[in-house]
Each structure stands twice: as structure tokens, then as C-alpha cells.
Ligand binder design. Sequence first.
Ligand SMILES: [Zn+2]
Length: 289
Amino acid sequence: MKRLALAGTTALFLTFLIAPAAMAEDKPKPPKSVRLYVFDCGSLTMSAPATFGFTKEEIGEKQPFAVPCYLVVHPKGTLMWDVGVIPDSQVNGTTQGISTVTKTLKSQLAEVGYSAGDIKYLALSHLHSDHTANANDFAGSTWLVHQNERDAMFAPAPAGGRGGRGGPMASASYIKLKDSKTTILTDKDYDVFGDGTVVIQYAPGHTPGHQILFLRLKQSGPILIAGDLYHLPQEINMHRFPTFEFDKEQSAASRAKVEAFVQQTGARLWIEHDLATFTMLKKAPAFYE
Ligand SMILES: [Zn+2]
């Protein structure tokens, strides 16, 4: 017994000796230029074309949606953008309702050398539950949000039946953000690291303070991660809108502005839920830079 206990103590002592050095090596060094990692945070099976303004003849009966999460690593810090549909603690490769998640966000972050506690900034495209599942894990980050979105997230009940479609599951998933260090954004572009490479744009309509992310990468060029400004690429040319927009006129105005911006900058437009886009993207641990 005594020998065993001694062995245990020695092992513990060695762990203390080794751990700090190993940990220091594990932390990735800031890159020289901006990197973007795309994580697989699951999928959704929608089966209501009318909800997105289409007939089943136009887009089929079922619409498989991707659910990506994104990590931006800038020389000056990190930004997590959208955090999944099922909390990591409940991920076991099975399906919850229309959602399926096979890999935790935590494990995918770890694979590229990060944990939620390392992340400097958190931004959600919007409050819906398929974008907020792991938000509580990032409560130690600085939260970048518009006032009207934040208000909708913590409103006791959706005002006038509009907006705040987060539901109880969504609010549980982000409740800890209430006490996070928070930066309230305005309707002007928000340049996260001050050099124009990572910019949050206000694109309201889908929800009160819906936002999108513009990246200017050295090799990959300009990319616009469009949140749920659209769900399907057909919405662009066929001018269709989901039935559950917070304000459809606002969405139309946001889309017009974004489409002009894409024309002008030549940015690639990534519709987050578009499975065709998601399928062809490089996934972490590979990255765009
Ligand atoms: Zn969504």
C-alpha cells in the first residue's frame, strides 16, 4: 500500500514539474497574418420549404442545412463567431429534433490549440438557438453585440410577438453572457482589431440586431460570412424571405446593401447554412489565411 501511495505522489510531483512547460508549448503562437478556421458544428434537416418562402417544387421537401462555427485568429487576438446548435455537454453523435451534431466545438478548438477560455472576443450572428448552443462557455470573452439584439435576448417575452425567437433552450445556452464584459456595437462597421481585416457589419432584419462578418485575408482574399441574412442561395436571385423575419423590409435593405458591397469588394459570400458552400470549405485543422 505504502509503495503504491508513494508512486502516486511521485507521479503527481512529476506532473507539476512537467505541466507548465508542456502547457506553454501547447499554446499556439499568434500567427503573422489573420487565419480563419471553419468547424463542423452539425447539421439541421428542415422540411418546411414554405417557411423559407419557397414551394417544395422549387427547392424540394427537405433542406439539409449546415451548422458551421468559425474561429478567427488575428495576430492581436481571437474571435469566435457562432457557437453551434447543441451544447457540447449533450453531444453524443445522436440527433435532437432536427439537429445532429457529431463533434464537440471544444474538441475542434482543442485540435487547433485553443480552449474557450483563450478566446478574446465572442460574436454571434444572431440570437437563434442554432447559433448560440455553447455561448456560456465563452462568457469570459468580450461579447460583441448590438444593443437591440442583446435586449431581445434577455427580454422577458418577445415584444409584440416579433424577434426574440430564441426560446427557452436558446436563453439557457447564453444566459451567462448577461454578465460578460460587453462591447455594444453601433450601425457602423466595427473593426475588431483596428486594421480592417476583421469587421463586423450591422445587417438587421432577420433579428433586431443581426450581424455579419467581413474578413480580408492575405491569401484567400475578402470573405463575407453572412449569418442568416440568407439560408439558401436561391433566396438571393428569387428574392424570397423566411416567414419568421423580425422585419422583412429591414432584411431586404440589409441584403441590398450587402449585395452591393459584395459586388464592390469581390468578396466571397458564405451563407452559413448552405450545405453546398459548407461542403466545399476547408475544415479545421486546415485554415484560410
Ligand atoms: Zn440559423
